[in-house]
Design a protein around this ligand. Structure first.
Ligand code: ATP
Ligand code: MG
Length: 390
């Protein structure tokens, strides 16, 4: 049922319209209301307004604003007008009017006009709903298109990265392979003329380069695992300070020279749930760098702080340091500082550290000065202390 608002100052016309339209519509026909009350009524919902020219003049602004607010849905206004008014009426004043009916009102004509106007409102409502649905569908298609585009872009970058990685890796493998090949050729072809010492030297070269290739392979595999998020999520409750001490022992045992790593632990708790695999990669690489790029006379300091849901690892050495211009690039693949060329390394350790820290949603800071040493600070979230199992 449609709701029709009657704004007619002539009582007789009002009654005629109420009688004619009330059977099939809900009629609001105010009588004796103040201007304020009428303006309020115009704000209430209705589907059609039938009004006379006096009311149109009096409430022109409110009626116009109400019509605008409904846009794009049609809110029809039907003007009841005398023949005399029709002759002198100004076109501009008909701005909001959709249809006219002249007095004396013919019932049949009134019913037809009301029917047509209400139908146009209904159609515009249906069109509006269909439009909204269409817009939503377009938006969904647009989102889908953006998704497809970005996954294509991701795929392309991944492919680019893969081929760059493959060519970098093959390049890095080439030089140790070359050394192994040439050393073994020399031994094969001139072995009988070489001194024992010289032969030992070539064997050393071969062994060192096999070791390098082995390390390279392990690091490349780790990078691949971290990139593909395939690294085993080894989340378990561990005692971080005991874990750190074990790693220090592991590093010192495998180091060729006697090394001292001084460990300090601060904090209220250290039994935490962590991804042991990620932390191991981070700490092993940082500790082995500290060992590799400093001399045995200088101790390495390793501190662990567990506070406010965070584990802060600081590893400080007094080694060769890193030139300022090299610092930024060292977290990239196969990057090495200009002052480290004589020290063996694959240039993948810090890249692994960075990827693991990122996976852990932690942060990484590196401070270094050539000749003075390097300090790396890693902060990792440790959400809650693990329950104590006895
Ligand atoms: P590997 O992949 O075997 O670890 P690497 O040590 O050369 O080889 P990264 O650990 O990635 O590779 O380090 C990159 C470079 O950063 C090193 O080659 C070195 O030049 C510099 N570097 C890293 N840590 C230190 C440090 N503690 N002191 C001085 N230089 C460092
Ligand atoms: Mg390293």
């Amino acid at each position: 049922m449609s709701r029709i608002l009657l704004l007619l100052d002539d009582r007789q016309n009002r009654h005629l319209l109420v009688n004619t339209l009330a059977q099939t519509n809900e009629i609001v026909a105010p009588e004796g209301l103040s201007s304020k009350e009428l303006e309020k009524l115009i704000q209430q919902p209705f589907d059609l307004c039938i009004l006379c020219s006096v009311m149109l003049k009096r409430y022109r602004q409110a009626l116009h604003a109400r019509k605008e607010a409904e846009y794009p849905i049609v809110l029809p206004y039907l003007l009841v007008i005398t023949q005399k008014q029709l002759r002198i009426i100004n076109y501009n004043s008909l701005h909001s009017i959709d249809e006219l009916i002249t007095i004396p009102i013919v019932k049949r004509e009134l019913l037809l006009r009301v029917e047509v106007l209400l139908r146009s409102r209904l159609l515009s409502q249906q069109m509006h709903t269909a439009n909204k649905k269409l817009l939503m569908e377009i938006e969904q298609i647009r989102c889908l298109e953006t998704d497809i585009r970005s996954s294509l872009e991701r795929e392309r970058t991944l492919n680019e990265l893969k081929s760059r990685f493959v060519s970098m890796v093959s390049h890095e493998f080439r030089s140790p392979l070359q050394v192994i090949l040439s050393s073994s050729q020399i031994i094969e072809q001139h072995g009988d003329r070489l001194s024992l010492e010289k032969k030992q030297q070539f064997f050393q070269h071969i062994k060192a380069n096999v070791k390098k290739m082995n390390q390279l392979l392990n690091n490349v595999l780790t990078i691949g695992e971290v990139d593909l998020k395939m690294l085993k999520a080894d989340i378990k409750p561990i005692n971080l300070s005991d874990f750190s001490r074990d790693l220090i022992e592991e590093i010192c045992l495998t180091s060729e020279q006697h090394r001292k790593i001084a460990f300090k632990f601060y904090g209220g708790y250290n039994d935490v749930y962590v991804n042991e695999n990620l932390i191991r990669h981070i700490l092993i690489n940082l500790l082995s760098n500290a060992v590799k790029y400093s001399s045995p006379e200088n101790d390495i300091n390793f501190t662990l702080r567990c506070q406010d849901g965070e584990a802060i690892f600081t590893i400080q050495d007094k080694g060769i340091g890193i030139p300022r211009e090299d610092k930024e690039k060292l977290f990239g693949l196969f990057q090495r500082a200009s002052n480290a060329k004589d020290i063996p390394g694959t240039g993948l350790g810090l890249a692994i550290v960075k990827k693991c820290v990122d996976l852990y949603a932690g942060s990484l800071e590196l401070e270094s000065e050539v000749g003075a040493g390097t300090t790396v600070t890693v902060k990792l979230p440790i959400p809650q202390p693990a329950p104590v199992y006895r």
